[in-house]
Ligand binder design. Structure first.
Ligand code: ZN
Length: 578
C-alpha cells in the first residue's frame, strides 16, 4: 500500500465511524477535527487532504446503512477500536518494590478542603488498584489538620465522590482522630532535641529561611525550650506567636529541610474537634506518622512532594517509627481545566460558576453531572499509568473512553437546536415507529408526525440551497417554494417519497404534534491560558421530541447529529461530548 492509500484508508475508517455515530450521515466538520485529533501526523498537510476527505464523506454518506456496515466490517473499523481499548484497559501499573501478596496497605489521604476532582480520582484509583493487585488493604484518611481550610461539607463530598467512582476503602479515618497522639510525638521530638519551639515573627522566619541562617530559638538551652514547650501546648501562646520546628539544616539546598514547621497554633473551629485543640500538626509531621502507625506499606503521592521525602523519612527516623515505601506519580489535570483550589474557589465564591458541580469544572460532581461515567475515569487513569511525566491531557482523551461506554447504552433521540418550521404540502404518514438505538435492544417509540415539522436551521439552509434532504426514518423532501408564512416563518416543502436515496443528507426532525421545548447546556473549558473564559457555558434553546420527557433524569442519551447528553430535570440536558 502506498502512503496515499494508507492515509485514504485511515480517513475512510474515521468517516465510517462518524457515520455510524451520526445516524448514517458523517459530518464533514467533525470528521476533519477527528482526523487532526487522531492523526496528528496529518495536521501539517490537512489542507491538502480536504478534497479527499470531502470525497470520502460524500461517498460514505451516499451508501445506505447496510452498505456502510459492510464497508465498516471489511475495514475492521470497530474491531480495531475494540482491540485498542482492550490493550489500554489493562492496568498499566508496574509492580511495587518490596510488596508481597496480602501484605500491601495503601492509603488515599485527601484534605477535606474542597470537592474531589480528577486529580483525586487518579490518586484514589491508583491506591485502590495497587491494594487489589496485591490482595491488600486501602485506607481512606481525611488529612484534616488545618481548621482554616476544612469543612464538614467537604468530608461528605469526598466520600460521595469516591463512592460514585467505586472506590471502597477497607478503613476510613481522620488524622484529627489521632491529635493527642500526634501532640505526644511532637513533645517527644522537642524533648529529644530534634525539634524546638520558635517564637520569631513569621516574616523573620521567612527571611532567615531564605538566607539559610539559624534563628536564636534553635540554640536555646533545653530547660528554656521545655518551658516554651509546656506553654505551647497549654494555650499560653497566641496564634502566630510560636511554632514547633524540626531541626533540619538551615543551609540545606533542599529548602524543605530548613527547619520546617511541625506544629502551629490555630484559633478556629475544627469541623470534627471544635475548639478542643489549638496546636495543630502540619501535613509534613502528621502524614509520615499516620502512614507508619496505620501500617501503610506503600505511600503514594504526587511528585510536588518529592522535595519533602527527606523530611518524611527524617521525622520517622527521629521517632524510631517504621518507614513505608514512598512513591510519586505526576498530578493529573486537563488542559484548560485546572484543579487547584486557588483557581477554583474564586470562581465559586465570585459566582462565576454555579457551584462545585458546575459542569465546566473538573470536580467529580461536575463530571458526573455532565455524563462522564466512573468506569471511563478508571480506564483513562489506568491508561496513563504512574509515569512521572507532567502531562495535561486534553479533556477529549477522557471523552474517548466515555464515548465507547455510552455508545451502546444511550437512547438515540431527536433534538433540533435552531428550529425552522417546514410545512409539508403532501404528507403521507401520521405516525412512525422509531428505534431507540440502531443496534442495541433499547426498544422503540412512536412519534406522531404532522405536516408541520421542525429541522435545524443549518439543514433548512441546505433546503433553501435547493438540495433534497431526508427526514430520518420518514421521507425525503424538497423545497416547494421559499415563501414565508404570514403568521410564522416557515418553508413549504414537498414529500418526494420514501425511497432511500444515496447522496442526500439525512437530518433529524421534531414534529409539531409531538414536541417539548428543550434546553441543552454546553460546557466548555473554564480557562483559556490563565484567564477565566467568560463564554465557557452556552445554551441551546430548542425543541425535542416529547418522548424525552418520559426518560428518567440522570439518563445518558444521544441526540442524533448533536452529541451525547445527560438528562437533568425539567426539559434540560447537559452536553457530555460529541
Ligand atoms: Zn525562632
Amino acid at each position: 500500500m502506498t502512503m496515499d492509500d494508507t492515509i485514504q484508508q485511515a480517513i475512510k475508517k474515521i468517516v465510517l465511524r462518524n457515520a455510524m455515530e451520526y445516524g448514517g450521515s458523517a459530518r464533514y466538520d467533525v470528521v476533519i477535527s477527528k482526523v487532526v485529533g487522531l492523526r496528528p501526523d496529518l495536521r501539517p498537510i490537512i489542507k491538502e487532504q480536504i478534497p479527499l476527505i470531502k470525497k470520502i464523506v460524500d461517498e460514505v454518506n451516499s451508501l445506505d446503512r447496510a452498505d456502510q456496515e459492510r464497508m465498516a466490517s471489511k475495514l475492521m473499523v470497530f474491531e480495531n477500536v475494540k482491540k485498542d481499548a482492550k490493550r489500554k484497559e489493562e492496568p498499566n501499573l508496574p509492580p511495587l518494590q518490596g510488596a508481597s501478596m496480602g501484605r500491601v496497605v495503601t492509603r488515599f489521604p485527601p484534605e477535606p478542603n474542597g470537592y474531589p476532582h480528577i486529580g483525586h480520582a487518579k490518586a484514589a484509583i491508583i491506591d485502590q488498584e495497587y491494594a487489589r493487585m496485591y490482595d491488600g488493604r486501602l485506607i481512606l484518611r481525611f488529612d484534616d489538620t488545618n481548621p482554616l481550610n476544612e469543612q464538614l461539607e467537604f468530608y461528605e463530598a469526598i466520600r460521595e465522590g469516591l463512592e460514585w467512582l467505586g472506590i471502597k476503602p477497607d478503613l476510613i479515618k481522620n488524622t484529627s482522630d489521632d491529635m493527642e497522639l500526634l501532640q505526644s510525638y511532637g513533645r517527644k521530638l522537642v524533648t529529644n532535641g530534634d525539634a524546638y519551639v520558635c517564637t520569631c515573627r513569621p516574616e523573620d522566619i521567612h527571611s532567615m529561611r531564605a538566607k539559610g541562617v539559624n534563628c536564636p530559638c534553635r540554640i536555646l538551652d533545653s530547660s528554656d525550650n521545655m518551658t516554651r514547650l509546656k506553654k505551647f501546648f497549654d494555650g499560653s501562646f497566641e496564634q502566630n506567636e510560636a511554632i514547633i520546628r524540626f531541626k533540619g539544616d538551615m543551609s540545606d539546598l533542599n529548602t524543605a529541610m530548613r527547619d520546617p514547621t511541625l506544629f502551629r497554633i490555630i484559633d478556629a473551629d475544627h469541623p470534627k474537634l471544635g475548639r478542643r485543640i489549638r496546636a495543630f500538626p502540619t501535613y509534613d509531621f502528621a502524614a509520615p506518622i499516620e502512614d507508619s502507625l496505620d501500617g501503610v506499606t506503600h505511600a503514594m503521592r504526587t511528585k510536588e512532594y518529592e522535595l519533602r521525602n527527606t523530611l518524611y523519612f527524617s521525622v520517622l527516623r527521629s521517632l524510631g517509627l517504621r518507614k513505608p515505601f514512598l512513591l510519586e506519580f505526576s498530578r493529573l489535570e486537563f488542559e484548560g481545566m485546572p484543579v487547584s483550589k486557588r483557581k477554583l474557589k474564586p470562581l465559586i465564591q465570585g459566582g462565576l460558576v454555579s457551584g462545585w458541580d458546575d459542569p465546566r469544572l473538573p470536580t467529580l460532581a461536575a463530571l458526573r453531572k455532565r455524563g462522564i461515567l466512573p468506569e471511563a475515569i478508571h480506564k483513562f487513569v489506568l491508561s496513563l499509568g504512574i509515569s512521572l511525566a507532567d502531562t495535561k491531557p486534553p479533556f477529549e482523551s477522557l471523552e474517548s473512553y466515555n464515548r465507547k461506554l455510552l455508545d451502546p447504552i444511550s437512547l438515540r433521540l431527536f433534538f433540533v437546536k435552531n428550529p425552522v418550521e417546514i410545512r409539508i404540502v403532501n404528507p403521507t404518514l401520521s405516525k412512525v415507529e422509531l428505534k431507540n438505538h440502531p443496534t442495541a435492544q433499547l426498544g422503540t417509540r412512536n412519534v406522531q408526525t404532522s405536516d408541520r415539522i421542525y429541522i435545524d436551521k443549518a439543514d433548512a439552509d441546505r433546503l433553501k440551497g435547493g438540495q433534497e434532504i431526508r427526514l430520518m426514518e420518514l421521507h425525503n423532501i424538497r423545497l416547494d417554494e421559499a415563501i414565508r408564512g404570514k403568521a410564522a416563518e416557515y418553508l413549504r416543502v414537498l414529500n418526494t417519497g420514501q425511497e432511500i436515496k444515496t447522496n442526500i443528507p439525512k437530518v433529524q426532525w421534531v414534529s409539531n404534534n409531538d414536541m417539548v421545548p428543550f434546553t441543552v447546556i454546553v460546557p466548555d473549558k473554564p480557562f483559556i491560558n490563565e484567564e477565566f473564559n467568560k463564554d465557557s457555558l452556552y445554551t441551546y434553546n430548542g425543541i425535542a421530541e416529547s418522548y424525552v420527557s418520559k426518560v428518567r433524569a440522570g439518563s445518558n442519551i444521544q441526540f442524533v447529529r448533536f452529541g451525547f447528553c445527560r438528562l437533568q430535570t425539567n426539559g434540560v440536558a447537559i452536553y457530555t461530548h460529541d
